[in-house]
Design a protein around this ligand. Structure first.
Ligand code: BTN
Length: 342
């Protein structure tokens, strides 16, 4: 068992019993007996659950009824949505999901526990981040109660130069999850952005630890604008951001969305480990719709424009440069999609 696996808390056990009762009251006496605690202690835990957003009604002489759950992506909530197939595979499991009300950055915490030995498939989720990190040193706006911020710890046996393929894999699984909600116009912008209506709805930050040219672990961090109102994001971000709820005109349950993503990711990850990136390339290309698009590629010290002609077998973007007419392989950088007539 992972040294980081968590035992169900008393609150988890109370929720399990209340959920199992399917709307019928469960007495404080019975809950206390089940858990080996007093009725006053049960009441205290119920109060704590109410503060975390669970709507629990109390009926005198009858007991407690769970009326509504918050959409918080706790280990319990996400874990209970994982399908039998996902649980049987074992990459992801409720015990390997670590939820925090707040963290500086899920990527930083995931890196820390990965160095201490956290298992392949460990998931770190936070309801908010105080120092959410984006690519190229940018900040990732991470308000509480509305979005998803999570990091996957993966331990694939691959060379470091292939780690960026995991970003593409993650983008593919995320595009499928977003598409399954009804947003079939979702696009992947190489290498790490998910766009709705040309605006960014999710971003991926992949970091890794390497020893002797072997990947020790990879941390894939994902931020998704789920239910936040774009106006509530910082002024620079709100202009270029999309959110699932505004696009779909409905609220999205964060815990169910995360479970759906994990299930899709697990499928593609197994496929990737068995057959390599080449087998995923064409599916990624179809989803991204980048082939044939005019792009501007911003590198650290220079930039150029051209036409995105393909994705090579390793997952790098091939761009036919306007200035030289030659094909350039883009290993990293920021790619802007240009309008046709630019
Ligand atoms: C980007 O588009 O620049 C990447 C954004 C990645 C943000 C996520 S939120 C969860 C994880 N923790 C972080 O600090 N960053 C990533």
């Amino acid at each position: 068992m992972s040294p980081y696996s968590s035992q169900p808390s008393t609150e988890d056990k109370i929720l399990k019993t209340l959920l199992g009762a399917k709307g019928k009251p469960v007495s404080g006496h019975l809950l206390g007996k089940e858990l080996g605690i007093s009725r006053a202690a049960v009441w205290k835990r119920i109060e704590g659950l109410r503060k975390s957003g669970y709507k629990i009604e109390s009926y005198p002489r009858k007991g407690y009824v769970l009326v509504a759950e918050p959409d918080t992506p706790t280990a319990r909530a996400v874990g209970s949505c994982l399908s039998g197939d996902v649980l049987a595979d074992g990459l992801f499991s409720p015990e390997k999901i670590h939820f925090f009300a707040t963290l500086d950055s899920t990527n930083v915490y995931a890196g820390k526990i990965a160095r201490q030995g956290a298992l392949d498939g460990t998931v770190v989720v936070a309801d908010s981040q105080s120092q959410g990190r984006g690519r190229l040193g940018r900040v990732w706006d991470s308000p509480s109660g509305v979005n998803l911020y999570f990091s996957l710890i993966l331990r694939p046996h691959i060379e470091p130069r292939y780690a960026a393929q995991l970003t593409l894999l993650t983008g593919l699984a995320m595009a499928e999850s977003i598409g399954s909600l009804g947003a079939d116009d979702v696009e992947i912008k190489w290498p790490n952005d998910l766009l709705l209506g040309g605006k960014k709805v999710a971003g991926i930050l992949t970091e890794m630890s390497v020893e002797e040219n072997q990947v020790q672990f990879v941390v894939v961090g994902v931020g998704v604008n789920v239910n936040v109102e774009t106006l509530n994001l910082s002024p620079e971000v709100s202009k270029i951001a999309a959110t699932l709820s505004e696009h779909l005109k409905k609220k999205v349950k964060r815990y169910a969305f995360l479970a759906d993503f994990l299930s899709r990711f697990q499928g593609w990850y197994r496929h990737y480990l068995d057959q390599g990136f080449a087998s995923i390339r064409s599916i990624w290309l179809k989803r991204s719709r980048i082939k044939g698009r005019r792009v501007q590629v911003n590198l650290v010290e220079s930039s150029f424009s051209g036409v995105a002609v393909d994705l090579d077998v390793d997952g790098f973007l091939l761009v036919k440069r306007d200035d030289t007419g030659k094909e350039a392989k883009v290993l990293a950088g920021d790619v802007l999609l240009l309008k046709k007539d630019c």
